[in-house]
Structures are given as structure tokens and as C-alpha cells.
Design a protein around this ligand. Structure first.
Ligand code: AMP
Length: 285
């Protein structure tokens, strides 16, 4: 099938900005970027965008209102949506954590047995606790979950946490992680024959991969090449090229961005010089 693809994007909240930036970096940004726009066409692709609340995206995709969409994995779980996760997007990362007041004796999630837990994610929490064989009373709240223990509404909370500072500010202490979430591209189940959907997944995936890696270049004496290549945390084979100066080679390799800080001093210690790291725009492994 080769028709226009429809895609739902978060219209506000935490996932809006990074989702727009991802489309921009992928070269398929909307034509009319504005706060109030509800629908837009993509500049370079046959994609029609619909801007809706991140909470509504799973249902829109499941019901076929759109072909695919970007939302949080936690929302897919909470809505119990029958959709396919096409791609993990690497932003909007957070975890569903259980927390108690700092004075509470609980130290682990299993200590929640028989207690009252406030949460804005009742369906996911019920499922996760049941999987662990924990019976607890779930108190559904929609906002300010963190003050529930202080108000006497609950003994503990289970809420989304990214830095943990909100927990600390409210005198709470995490006793464990139940679920890890991030932004995801989701698609309608069974719609595998859509060419544009496959193209979009490859395109967004190439940017996500690229963000996580750097292109590393350095020069090294030929007799120390083995030491340098042994250090590289690279999956594929590095490129090695002779330089005009005899006995010296240039090494080019793809390196996970997170490893760069620990790698550079080690390369220097092996005599590598002219070390450069460059950002990558796209990467299709
Ligand atoms: P919004 O409520 O529209 O700002 O977005 C909420 C979504 O952002 C959640 O469903 C999560 O997928 C994601 N998120 C990332 N970090 C956090 C956080 N610390 N608290 C709540 N949601 C978060």
C-alpha cells in the first residue's frame, strides 16, 4: 500500500518538544509549526500529522484513526492498548517507582503487601503488583500524588520519576522500580504492508541510532595500532588508512557516545594523536 501516512504527535507536555525535534532532525518536520495547529502536512514526506494529547495517542492508533503515533510507553500500558511498538525513541525516559515517606520502615516493593498505594496509573500498577503476587489497596489520584502519604490518603505512592527530585522535595524515598518508560513510535497492529510506515520507522531509527554514537578519528603509529583497535568499543571493523607520513595510520570508527569520555585518555596513553569526535546525522546499521 502506498498512500499517505497519518501520524499522531503529542500536542503539549513533556513529549511535544523532543518529538518535534526528532521529526526536524529526520527531515520530515511539519510545514506549519505553530502552538495552535491541530493538523499539518510534513514537508518532505507523504505524512499527515494530527496533534493530540499524548494520553490519547494509543487509542487513536488502536482504533485506526491514525496509522501510527508517538507517545509514552507508560501510556500504552495504562490504556492497555492493542498496538505495536515500532521503535523506542530514547527520550521521555522515566520509571514507575514505588516510594514511601522517609520515616516508613518499608525498604522494598514486596513490603507494600496489604498497604494503601496512591497512583495516577491504576491499571499498570494493579498489573505489575499482581505479577509480583502483592495484594494492596490502590487509591486512584489524578494529580499531586506525592502528597498522598502526608495527607493520610495512602501509605505509599507509585509514580513516574525521572530525576527523583520531586520525591526528595516531598520527603519520600524510592523503594524500587516497577517499570521503565520512554517515548515510543507505535503503530496499528497487523498493518505491516504500509511502505510509508516502514520508511518512517527507518528514518526515525537512523536519527535515534546516530544520536547514540560518535564518529571517532585519530592517528596512531602503525606499531601501536593493535593496542588502539583493542580499546575501541566498536561493533563493526574500524577503518585503517595509511597517511602520507610513513609508519603512521589514521583510524576511523563508530563509538557509543557514552563511552567517549573514558576512551579518550586511554587513546592518548596509547600514543594516538589528532583525536577528533564528530556527531553523526543518520546511521542505518
Ligand atoms: P505530559 O503529562 O503530557 O507532560 O507527559 C507525560 C509523559 O511524559 C509521561 O506519560 C511519560 O511518558 C513522560 N515522562 C517523562 N518523564 C516524566 C516524569 N518525570 N513524570 C511524568 N511523566 C514523565
Amino acid at each position: 500500500m502506498n498512500r499517505r501516512l497519518t501520524m499522531a504527535l503529542p500536542s503539549k507536555g513533556r513529549l511535544r518538544e523532543p518529538s518535534w525535534l526528532l521529526l526536524e532532525a529526520s527531515g520530515v518536520a511539519p510545514q506549519e509549526p505553530g502552538e495552535r495547529v491541530l493538523q499539518a502536512h510534513c514537508r518532505n514526506a507523504d505524512i499527515d500529522l494530527l496533534f493530540v494529547r499524548a494520553d490519547d495517542v494509543p487509542e487513536y492508533v488502536q482504533d485506526g484513526v491514525v496509522d501510527c503515533g508517538i507517545t509514552g510507553l507508560d501510556l500504552v500500558s495504562e490504556r492497555d492498548s492493542d498496538v505495536e511498538v515500532l521503535l523506542r525513541l530514547g527520550y521521555g525516559t522515566c520509571s514507575l517507582q514505588a516510594a514511601v515517606s522517609i520515616e516508613d520502615s518499608a525498604t522494598a516493593i514486596d513490603d507494600l503487601q496489604g498497604r494503601r498505594i496512591a497512583t495516577a496509573h491504576p491499571r499498570t500498577v494493579a498489573q505489575l503488583l499482581a505479577n509480583r503476587g502483592i495484594e494492596a489497596e490502590i487509591v486512584e489520584v489524578t494529580g499531586s500524588v506525592e502528597i498522598s502519604p502526608r495527607l493520610g490518603l495512602a501509605d505509599a505512592i507509585i509514580d513516574l520519576v525521572s530525576t527523583g527530585s520531586t520525591l526528595r522535595t516531598n520527603g519520600l524515598r524510592s523503594i524500587g522500580v516497577l517499570f521503565e518508560s520512554e517515548a515510543v513510535l507505535i503503530g496499528r497492529k497487523g498493518s505491516t504492508d504500509h511502505v510509508a510506515r516502514r520508511t518512517l520507522t527507518t528514518l526515525l531509527g537512523s536519527v535515534i541510532n546516530a544520536r547514540a554514537n560518535r564518529y571517532l578519528l585519530c592517528n596512531v603509529a602503525k606499531d601501536r595500532l593493535g593496542e588502539v583497535t583493542a580499546l575501541l568499543p566498536t561493533k563493526g571493523s574500524p577503518t585503517v588508512m595509511d597517511l602520507a607520513t610513513p609508519g603512521v595510520v589514521a583510524v576511523h570508527a563508530l563509538v557509543p557516545a557514552a563511552d567517549i569520555w573514558s576512551l579518550l585518555p586511554k587513546l592518548e596513553a596509547c600514543g594516538a594523536t589528532s583525536i577528533l569526535t564528530l556527531p553523526i546525522e543518520r546511521m542505518v546499521p
